[in-house]
Write a protein that binds this ligand. Sequence first.
Ligand code: DPP
Ligand code: ZN
Length: 839
Amino acid sequence: DQTIYLADYAPVPVTVTHVDLQVRLDPLATRVSSRLTCIRQGPGDMVLNGELLKLRAVRLDGEELSPDAYSLTDTTLTILNAPDSFLLETEVEIAPQTNKALSGLYMSNGMYCTQCEAEGFRRITYMLDRPDVMATYDVQIDADLPVMLSNGDETAHGHWRDPWPKPTYLFALVAGDLIATHDSFTTMDGRDVALNVWVRPGDEGRTAYALDSLKRSMAWDEKVYGRVYDLSVFNIVAVDDFNMGAMENKGLNIFNSKYVLASPETATDADFANIERIVAHEYFHNWTGNRITCRDWFQLCLKEGLTVFRDQQFSQDARGFATQRIGDVLNLRARQFREDAGPLAHPVRPESFVEINNFYTATIYEKGAELIGMLRTLVGAEGYAAGCALYFERHDGQACTIEDWLACFEAATGRDLTQFKLWYTQAGTPVVKVTEHFNDGTYRIDLEQVIPDTPGQANKKPMPIPLAFGLLAQDGSEVVGTQIHELTSETDHLSFDLDAKPVLSILRGFSAPVILDFVQPDAERLTLLAHDTDPFNRWEAGRALAKDRLMRAVTDDADFDAPWLDAMTTLATDTDADPAFRALALALPSEDDLAQSLHNADVVPDPDRIYAVRRAAQLAMAEHLRDDLSDLRESNATPGSYDPKAEDAGKRALSATLLRLQTMLDGGKAARAAYDVANNMTDRMAAFACLLDAGDETVAHSFEQDWQDDRLVMDKWFMAQVAHAAPRDAVGVADRLTRHRDFDASNPNRFRSLIAGLTGGNPAGFHNPDGTGYEFLASWLLHLDKSNPQTSARLSTAFDGWTRYDADRQAMMKAQLERILGTTGLSRDLSEMVIRMLK
Ligand code: DPP
Ligand code: ZN
């Protein structure tokens, strides 16, 4: 059994305080010489991690170690009977060119780069590869290359010194033929920091937005959290082959090029927003992750949940609270609620794992961020600021736990957080049941929380749930402004003396990551949609109305009624409302959201029916809005040159929503016109998707002619064709595209575009009743698993909803999961995922 348990945590007997590395780069025979300054802290042998290393020499205090003084396995080097303090030297050889797992040192388009989180450093040299061992670094890179980068400050060409002790996972090295865009930032304590974004020659015209985002992030962290940058240089590098979005290595962030490079012609508004958010996220890690890191990988949410919360706050400030919050909640529900409802559910702080890379999940990131938001609500903005200040002061330079974090808030605010800690240890999305009573001038709300059983966890304890709420009169005026009620027990109630029954606006701002079980009359939801002072709940009321109708259309063939369609029209045409908000409010719940909601209501979801009903709803909306569509699009045009600012992005989003409705009516005429005049990728992609939806047979070819030399744009081309294929054609389209000359499974972006285009982008296609979608996914997961287990395991989560479906589909998905599990040579990553999904 390869399971690792939180309960087994023990500090290392011998630690490393300084790492001196010399790296002689060569594609097939890189030599890494390491000198580790080691100090004993307790009894026991020193067990260093190492994988795929050829050990050439090992010396202790300058003496060659005799074979009986150490032992070697495939994954460890153990120094027996080590003294109290010593210098350990090793020399190893590695082959970055053949490293297709993209973990450790590897090559991407001729450049050398690294990815060490979580456990990649052990593929570079023997070391205590765990986050609670923090060391300073001196790195000498030897190669005949123009640019050679590592962490910290450069003291001579290719020589880098990082004075800040850091764990191995934050180590980075980059070398190759790269070009930088330079800028600088003056910190609030008056130091100049050089900023560079390094890219492959030819891409230097697409770095401006990342640099601008970086400067704004640095200023924001100073202003809002009082956090100042601590080196004289901050480097960002764009890499084409990268498993994650980006990586916060100290002073040398490495990014998937998708999240750095942007120009109006090649990147969409969503790309710009992602770049802004991820640049901020990785920068914010410098304090929440790097200066204060995690004691062990079970504490991953300590840095990730907090840093996601910080990047969400930053994006709210940059782009507007309501639309950002709605987007973040949509994402949470789509990814985390789904995870929490299925076989992969796990606590924000898990208690065991087999492969840590499988735990970079929506639960740890996005639910982790929600916990920080709830904590802030519970202790108040001032209490939160005081707790954070204490955390930075008390734990700077340390590797910490969730207990350390919470203790700072207890100390700073006097609040007991014992019950709050349950949010970290209990998995599953709580359901809050709300029932109302109005009688003789008394309005009463009954509340009940139910936390579902999840794998390995049953009979959970009630958690503290901050419920922000307000009350409106039936005419829409607010009678009780926003208050916070803390639901801490299983059941509770609230009472008010009122002349008439009010309209309840509950869970304002989505104040807790819970599912509301609250049947509210349509008339009240329409009132909230029109009048709620809380913009999140205005949107939520519209969403509840839409979902209700879609669900009833699926189960009872119900029609789309005029009052709802009127409300949608009012929204669409409400020129006082923010276009971004209107776009969000007009968007229907996704097919996957409906599948999960039907499942929750004990209805077996039929993907084809869901697809058809959603189209029918769009058609009904389109017909209702028919006479307004052109004018509305006209009035939300963004003429002139493209500006990525949120205001214009909102207009483009609304315009794209309307174009989709127009396409339902005109078969693609308006979309063709929009495609032909588009001067930016946002408008172009919106029109492209509509044309594909409408069955246009020429647009894919002309798009390809225009963009075949642009890798990031071609990712969109691959994805859109699969996502917008008719359900019965989707697997065939995906399969055909895997034989396209530009399909390269070893590039994670390309692979993900195609696979997720099917599994996420085209659910009815993926769930084709003939089972070909399942077979296609399993085959490609097995194919990729041989070279890149991390990405293969990540994409296997498309199967995690398998028990929702009918018996035939279940049997076919189960058969594919079993087929994967029965394959010899399966990675630890993929096998852990499949085993958990089959349990
Ligand atoms: N690079 C990933 C992130 O920033 C893991 N740390 O979240
Ligand atoms: Zn992160």
